[in-house]
Ligand binder design. Structure first.
Ligand code: TYD
Ligand code: MG
Length: 451
């Protein structure tokens, strides 16, 4: 019988099977198997030929602080946990066109002043890279670029040039000669990553891999890619807004709570050191239905403006929309207001918007949303120097939230004079720089509104 020349791989975890399967035995995902040409047996290339490895006593291993290099782009260094760890493998994922190549080229520019950098592009010609570089500013001579898709060539080049930093843009365009399938396929992505891993760990090169994200929001190719690398960063943003957020999803050398904020301008990505100021630009003064709420993204406090437009409905089913926050949560909060505060919202259209294009889903935004709706409904403006945060439960109780002190101090720093917050959070805040109004229940909001 003739042997089959193809095998099937799970797109998610890389599980290999001789026949097509509906469900993957490895990760239990459905409909994830793709057919690819069978490889020669010689490619088990996760383990290239090296000197024999020997086990040693852990006490003999010196574990000094890892060597780190600062890129000089503070928002980027922060997300990595305080600079790049030399010899690590970092994956930068994001939607096509979000700005990954731009970000990495800017990082390369900064790094090339301190060490040798090789930028490999499988997507653009050298001319295209140069055109982009010209928009970003001047580049030093220590940044070497090549347009190449064969990873073995890149490996040889790395041996010759011996760069400290290698950028591969993108993993989906790279191929290895010994793997028969097309670039971007499960086996190519897997084998390419294992070669890059080998380059990072054996040769001490710091490798940045760019990966495109699929519709489902994971890096195209096997999930395994994320397991193999030391750090996974996601670069995200809205199509309509110019700000971008860099987020650590996995980090073997730091916290995954960090975010970095950038703005895409015509000169490339510009750091946003104070996201609150950025988000609050253009906030109207003294208008009903606009409230500033203190929310936390990662480890940073970001003040955002919550807007609510409440008007009498002409429809049998009133319209409700929520932009930048959870639609169901808004409906729930409106039901709580209707029941506990007696405001008649069931005949009103309600449009809720978190201005600036940011998406916030933390419950601490509840109080801001309720206050904005109340202000919009009653047509009473909330003082522009007031900010609010707190979670609201179904009985109308205002529940404590985390990092209250941090939120209050950010509000004070930005010149706000009053903060409405959960009563239980009051005791944790020592020496507040601004007036605090602690509330236990949404009913107390009505009294404050009348002030
Ligand atoms: P790019 O880095 O090519 O995205 P990716 O590598 O993630 O696919 O970014 C492309 C977008 O960025 C493109 O739509 C144009 C925009 N851009 C600017 O707005 N200003 C600039 O200076 C540069 C270089 C790009
Ligand atoms: Mg690109």
């Amino acid at each position: 019988m003739q042997k089959s020349k193809t095998v099937f791989f799970c797109k998610e975890c890389g599980y290999e099977s001789g026949k097509w399967l509906g469900q993957c035995p490895g990760c239990h995902a459905w409909d994830v198997f793709v057919e690819e040409p069978k490889q020669k047996k010689t490619t088990g290339s996760a383990r290239p030929k090296t000197a024999r490895n020997e086990a040693i006593s852990l006490s003999m291993v010196s574990a000094d602080e890892e060597e780190r290099k600062m890129t000089g782009i503070q928002e980027f260094d922060r997300v990595l946990g305080g600079g790049i760890v030399m010899g690590s493998l970092v994956l930068v994922g994001g939607d096509p066109g979000i700005g990954k190549s731009t970000l990495l080229l800017q990082v390369c520019r900064e790094l090339s002043q301190k060490c040798k950098v090789l930028y490999v592009s499988g997507e653009e010609s050298l001319k295209q890279i140069k055109m982009r570089a010209d928009r970003l500013g001047t580049f030093g001579a220590d940044l070497l670029a090549i347009s190449e898709t064969c990873l073995e060539t890149v490996d040889e080049l790395t041996d010759q040039i011996k760069p400290d930093i290698l950028v591969v843009d993108s993993i989906q365009t790279m191929y290895r000669e010994e793997v028969a399938s097309a670039p971007g396929s499960v086996s190519q992505v897997r084998e390419c990553t294992s070669l890059l891993l080998h380059m990072a760990k054996q040769k001490g090169v710091t490798v940045f891999i760019v990966g495109h994200v699929t519709k489902e929001g994971t890096v195209a190719g096997p999930r395994m890619l994320e397991h193999m690398v030391d750090t996974v960063l996601y670069f995200e943003g809205e199509n309509t807004a110019s700000y971008r957020i860099l987020r650590a999803v996995k980090n073997r050398f730091g916290s995954t709570n960090e975010i970095g904020v950038f703005e895409m301008q015509n000169v490339g990505l510009v750091e946003v050191r104070n996201p609150s100021e950025y988000m609050l630009r253009g906030k109207p003064e003294g208008e009903p239905g606009s409230v500033v709420a203190a929310s936390i993204e990662g480890t940073r406090t970001i003040l955002v403006e919550v807007q609510a437009l409440i008007c009498k409905s002409n429809f049998q089913m009133p319209r409700r929309t929520a932009a930048g926050t959870d639609y169901n949560r808004v409906n729930l909060l409106m039901a709580v207001m209707e029941k506990r505060l007696g405001v008649e919202l069931s005949f009103c259209d309600a449009y809720i918007n978190v201005a600036g294009g940011m998406k916030i889903s933390e419950p601490a935004l509840d109080l801001g949303i309720v206050l904005a709706i109340l202000s919009g409904y009653k047509n009473l403006p909330v003082d522009g120097k007031v900010t609010a945060f707190g979670e609201i439960g179904l009985t109308g109780e205002v529940r404590g939230v985390s990092q209250a002190e941090q939120r209050v101090s950010e509000a004070a720093k930005l010149g706000y004079t009053t903060c409405i917050l959960p009563f239980v959070n009051m005791e944790n805040i020592k020496n507040p720089a601004i007036r605090l109004i602690g509330i236990r229940n949404v009913k107390e909001l009505l009294a404050i509104m009348k002030e």
